[in-house]
Design a protein around this ligand. Sequence first.
Ligand SMILES: NC(=O)C1=CN([C@@H]2O[C@H](COP(=O)(O)OP(=O)(O)OC[C@H]3O[C@@H](n4cnc5c(N)ncnc54)[C@H](OP(=O)(O)O)[C@@H]3O)[C@@H](O)[C@H]2O)C=CC1
Ligand SMILES: Nc1nc(=O)c2c([nH]1)NC[C@@H]1CN(c3ccc(C(=O)N[C@@H](CCC(=O)O)C(=O)O)cc3)C=[N+]21
Length: 284
Amino acid sequence: MSAEIIDGKELAHELRISMKGEVLELKRDGLTPHLTVVLVGEDPASRSYVRGKQKATDETGISSDLIELSVDTSESELLQLIDKLNEDPSVHGILVQLPLPEQIGEQKVIESINPAKDVDGFHPFNIGRMMSGGDTFLPCTPYGILTMLKSKNIPIEGKHVVIIGRSNIVGKPVGQLLLNENATVTYCHSRTKDLKNHTTKADILIVAVGKPNVIKADYVKQGCTVIDVGVNRLDDGSLTGDVDFESVKHTASYITPVPRGVGPMTITMLLKNTIKAAKGLSDN
Ligand SMILES: NC(=O)C1=CN([C@@H]2O[C@H](COP(=O)(O)OP(=O)(O)OC[C@H]3O[C@@H](n4cnc5c(N)ncnc54)[C@H](OP(=O)(O)O)[C@@H]3O)[C@@H](O)[C@H]2O)C=CC1
Ligand SMILES: Nc1nc(=O)c2c([nH]1)NC[C@@H]1CN(c3ccc(C(=O)N[C@@H](CCC(=O)O)C(=O)O)cc3)C=[N+]21
């Protein structure tokens, strides 16, 4: 038996078609959702993601602009720019691409963004809202993963979800989101002892480590749903996830590929949050 592939690219495409209609209606009412992306430095991976985001906004009729700053930009220069964007009523969503150069405090920057424009869902206000189950901008990658699970009607309630990785942008919030859906959640990380002992108990295994092949078939229970968040570029230029797809697909019941898996869904949820941000402002 081979697992069913959850095609993130295809699902993203379907969702973007309906968003396009929604954006068209907003435009008819005189409201064009606008996303401003801020990129500091020249990191090629960041540049490639940012290109993906711009392509996606164009595709759905959302307007966007990219502000590029040099790698030696100071923290106070970036904070000043964010202040300006916070004040600008034509900007509905602000995304500061991470990681930032080391002279800039990442957390300070995240906290400087107006929570009402925080389409990444990284501001502590929005994280707190998510934890208490209130209305908020859900962080895009966890939101994308939840949407993928729901698209296949994969049960979450009462299921054992094991997450490998505890970053603020993926691991921690995806556990919280699935806890809100009544899953039982286990977090694993680099200090976890006997990783396999945990992963083999998972009904849903979410892998967000950033290292190829950390999960092979013997780490996965028969029938498990495997969500591969990792995006690793190999020396030959190709992309691969954290999961050994070829071996795990024979054990899992559902599996996400890389590329065409979680990545396109992350961008799609960013579009969704940008539309939500624009509507939020129009209500004021
Ligand atoms: N598809 C998408 O949309 C997105 C993909 N990504 C990709 O997902 C991956 C993870 O990203 P991110 O969360 O930002 O990464 P981080 O580097 O911030 O976090 C990695 C996590 O993996 C843990 N870890 C590292 N090595 C091991 C190991 N051998 N066994 C168990 N746990 C381990 C770390 O543990 P510890 O905390 O102890 O250090 C840490 O919690 C990357 O490949 C990134 O490119 C990221 C965002 C979006
Ligand atoms: N403020 C901020 N918000 C983020 O959401 C954010 C960030 N910083 N920094 C980096 C990570 C990483 N991330 C990805 C998004 C899409 C793909 C994606 O679409 N990947 C395609 C392949 C793209 C390619 O070919 O390069 C795929 O998996 O099919 C990957 C990774 C968002 N991140």
